[in-house]
Design a protein around this ligand. Sequence first.
Ligand code: ADP
Ligand code: MN
Length: 339
Amino acid sequence: QIDPASLKAFGDVAAGHDGVLSDESGGLVIKPCTAKEIAFYEAAPKQSPDFAKYIPTYMGTLQLNKPAEATDPTTSSSTAPDPTATTAAGTAATLSLDEAGPMFGKALTTETSIVLENVAARFRKPNILDLKLGAQLWDDAAKPEKRARLDKVSAETTSGSLGFRVAGMRVYGARGDAPEHKASDYMSMDSVTGYRVYNKMYGRVFNADNVNEAFKEYVTAPGVTAAHAKKVFGILEEDVKGIEAALMGMECRMYSASILFVYEGDVEGYEKAVKDYEANPPAQSDDDDDEEEDTFPRLTAVKLIDFAHASFVPRQGPDENALQGVRSVGKILHDLQAA
Ligand code: ADP
Ligand code: MN
């Protein structure tokens, strides 16, 4: 059961639209979604258990009031509760009506949000990279204008040449070699959170030959040695290979979906947690294989996300459009470990 009044803006986003929310515990991500995305999450476990491992756990949907067209910035709120909020299970969500004030007198329109596992939860300082898949970025529903616009972006970026591009990135801490670095058009330092934030234009300047620089930038962080970076790349590559295998056994089309990378940006904290764990392992029951995975300190997480334009297509074969990007990412991660 989710109390809409307790939802807060989700800070650990690498790219995409505004309006992504999280719950009080931080374990959930709640974002406005399309009917297509819900249908995809609902069908995925039946379509392929292998694939389901690589997408966030789907918790259901939530009806929230649409952010009011803000006329007065002091009263606009994107998280004001909506009396009709329900969870997927159909249980009425808790309300605190005093916070519904800003909506008074306005037409109350609701929109459907999807409730997902937060892939960045349980990381101290999640470093996040969003890699948008596909040379073709639009589905059949897109109007000619949209197709043309996205085709142009694709042709000008690694979307066209490699089947993926860097959509956005967040990395904790200053770059070691340039602690006083200046913000650019593509990157700014968030002085509140201590993250370097790379916007959607950052990934558009790379070409097929130099996009590995973005991956290096992703692991340029306090405490990340060359050896540690290789370890991270190695684990990410394993997961990308797993995604490739799962997609090869599936018949779907996912336009503009993303691979979401997360790794622990608090390297010292991670290493200490591993030592503490090893010195004092929590009691485990033999019959629960998942338990270690749930309690061992996390170094990385890799998931496919963003299925607003994804669907299953029986008898049409694997999604070569997405697979091209997945393979390109795998190759770059592989080569970076040899370098
Ligand atoms: P859109 O691009 O359509 O706005 P996305 O699904 O790509 O929506 O989400 C936007 C951003 O929110 C992503 O780049 C990612 O950083 C973050 N995000 C989305 N879903 C999750 C999730 N389940 N766990 C963690 N972060 C997420
Ligand atoms: Mn996205």
